[in-house]
Design a protein around this ligand. Sequence first.
Ligand code: S3P
Length: 172
Amino acid sequence: MNNIVLIGFMGAGKSTVGKALAARFEFNFVDADEAIEKEEQRSISEIFSQDGETHFRQLEADFIKNQFHNVVLATGGGMPCHHENIDRLKTIGTTIYLQASPENLAQRLWLERKRRPLIKTIESVEELVEFINIKLTDRALFYEKADVVVEVGNKASCEVVDELFTLIKNLK
Ligand code: S3P
């Protein structure tokens, strides 16, 4: 097994960091949401509105039954918190939780909330912070099972990538 699995809330930077990290390790980058969209030939928003969240969670669980080799996998924010996915993810590779505060995540997410079905109808930053607060309380239990927890806070993604690159090299 030689994979890196990034987990964390929407907006934590899993895809941006994942792409750059994959380039540094000369691994392939896999974005779970994108892979599911490709497989389904429709967007995550369409999957949610046409078939509901439960169906999407099943697609996520099915997706990680695949085999991965030399891959950086960016998971969807809810993936580790449904089915037994966190256990499966931990067998796929080194799991890394990109952690950030609700205020920080809300700032990062506000302008892109429309393409995320769970937050697209939220109408103010305050409401978004509140939503994240509640969800994170449930999800932290799963996220914190990661092998490594990295605070992303206000850091630029290149800074997070440098930090992770060093950290992972030293784990090996
Ligand atoms: C979700 C996060 C999204 C996507 C879907 C549900 C969640 O992925 O899987 O909209 O439940 O947090 P990102 O974390 O990549 O935005």
